[in-house]
Design a protein around this ligand. Structure first.
Ligand code: GAP
Length: 482
């Protein structure tokens, strides 16, 4: 099996593991699900919470130059006028003449392929060229994105032809109050960023902080994506973790480089393998309307490289646009240099759900043991949903009492699970599959003879015996070793 096919197969296995072990479920599943909308289960919610908390710790709590906020999803519609989203937050949409199915024009690739009988022209839907290449088995003679193709015949992936593109705005509309008309139209925010711009003065005045400083928040964003997909990679409802760093226009490039490196280091610190991460600088033609320069942190997903985070130099675009439309002065007076200016903004914008998916993909692994294939998630202990599982060897009264005591001691310090169902082998497998770094096993010797327990390491499967009074020390040492 080729490496690429292997990786795609790996994604299918991860999706099925996620369902089986309570990590991620299709939304409203009993009604047949809702396309590309997902729910986090009891294990997944802990993983996502850990990822969000670690981001908050690194980007907000551990620093004295970043402030957090938690703003509303609904905002004044003028916010989206000033930000440019009403006018230009759209994707080019094309429609198949045969099926009526809609595609993003920039996600269609025209391929000439060599079949046994003759060369054929086909259309493939993919997020980039690499992914398109992986989707065909035949020899590829040429591959051209539809938007660059000069041919008048636009084949559709469904066999018909594709219409000319029309712009489709990605913002979800709703109405505020009981009357549904244009004066009551509001939008579900398509990014969390704008709340940081419209609260710039509030935070500046209440914190009395000098520039440079940042404002950060985490929360839901909504985009009516034309072609969502690849599990939780592209969905219509998702969470973002964004920070707007306000600095002097003279320092913008220095801070841009700083936040790119900071973000890359953050992913590495929590266990993503270096070879699966890269920094990709945007070409000038792909820069969003507000950006002077942008770089992505990309991850090698099972289907191809995909964006986890964009770090953009938004210049003074947003503050100036909001100043103009609202009539409020959003400039800053630099007392030291006796200078007034509109701050520039560097924006690290990360997806919470995409990051969770990358942590899961990177942690997923299968190992051959003597008896079977062992599936495990090698998650960093800080991301692991359960840190320790307490496993009495059997359901015996004495064992249970002793084990419950151990559980109570550990659970006040670490997220711990008590499990006394099924065979010990099965319980180890279950914990391996959700990435629990350590299992503490209690047997009859523990209770009757040596007051000691066994600690099993998820990755090495090595077991050590420690006396119960040294348990905490041993656990701390073991957790540090991952
Ligand atoms: N404020 C800038 C901004 O929103 P973006 O590159 O459009 O920039 C930032 O989004 C991050 O949000 C992306 O890198 C990605 O991780 C996440 N994201 C964007 N659209 C998404 C979608 N449809 N589904 C899941 N995550 C998404």
């Amino acid at each position: 099996m080729s490496k690429n096919n292997y990786r795609l197969e790996e994604l299918e296995k991860l999706v099925s593991l996620a369902k089986r072990r309570g990590i991620i479920f299709p939304s409203s599943e009993i009604y047949g699900g809702l396309s590309s909308v997902w729910d986090y289960g009891p294990i997944g919610v802990e993983i996502k919470r850990n990822v969000k908390n670690l981001w908050w710790k690194s980007f907000v709590s551990e620093r004295d130059d970043i402030f957090g906020i938690d703003a509303s999803i609904l905002m004044h519609p003028d916010v989206w006028k000033a930000s440019g989203h009403l006018e230009s937050f759209s994707d080019p949409l094309v429609e198949c003449s045969l099926t009526g199915k809609r595609y993003r024009e920039d996600h269609i690739f025209i391929l000439e392929i060599e079949t046994k009988k003759e060369n054929k022209i086909i259309a493939i839907e993919a997020s980039d060229k690499n992914e398109a290449e992986k989707l065909v088995k035949e020899k590829i003679i040429s591959i051209i994105p539809l938007i660059e193709s000069e041919s008048k015949e636009n084949p559709s992936p469904d066999g018909g032809t594709l219409s000319d593109p029309r712009n489709f705005n990605l913002m979800f509309k709703t109405f505020i109050g009981p009357v549904e008309d244009s004066s009551s139209t509001v939008y579900l925010r398509p990014e969390t960023a704008q709340a940081m711009f419209v609260n710039f003065l509030n935070v500046l005045n209440s914190s009395r902080k000098k520039i440079p400083f940042g404002i950060a928040q985490q929360g839901k964003s909504f985009r009516n994506e034309i072609t969502p997909g690849n599990f939780t990679f592209r969905t219509r409802e998702f969470e973002q973790m964004e920070m707007e760093f306000f600095c002097s226009p003279d320092d913008d490039e220095k801070w841009h480089d700083y936040w790119i490196q900071f973000s890359l280091d953050w992913f590495k610190k929590y266990g993503i393998r270096e070879e699966n991460l890269m920094i990709r600088k945007h070409e000038s033609e792909e820069l969003p309307h507000y950006s002077k320069a942008s770089s992505d942190i990309d991850y090698l997903f099972p289907w191809s490289w995909g964006e986890l985070e964009t770090i953009s130099n938004r210049t003074d675009y947003d503050l100036k646009a909001h100043s103009e439309l609202s009539g409020k002065d959003l400039s800053y007076f630099d007392q030291e240099n006796n200078k007034r200016f509109t701050p520039y903004v560097i924006e690290p914008a990360m997806g919470a759900d995409r990051s969770v998916l990358a942590f899961l993909c990177d942690a997923y692994c299968e190992e051959e043991t003597e008896k079977e294939t062992r599936t495990l998630l090698k998650l960093h202990p800080e991301i692991a949903p359960i840190k320790i599982a307490v496993l009495p060897l059997s359901r015996n009264e004495k064992l249970s009492e002793y084990s419950r005591n151990i559980f109570d001691r550990l659970n006040s310090l670490y997220t711990t699970q008590y499990d006394d169902t099924q065979s010990i082998g099965r319980r180890y497998r279950r914990q391996d599959e959700v990435g629990t770094p350590l299992c503490v096993t209690i047997d009859f010797e523990s209770v009757e003879e040596d007051d000691s327990v066994t600690i099993r390491n998820r990755d090495t499967m090595e077991q050590i015996r420690v006396s119960s009074d040294k348990l905490l020390e041993a656990i701390n040492d073991q957790l540090k070793s991952f």
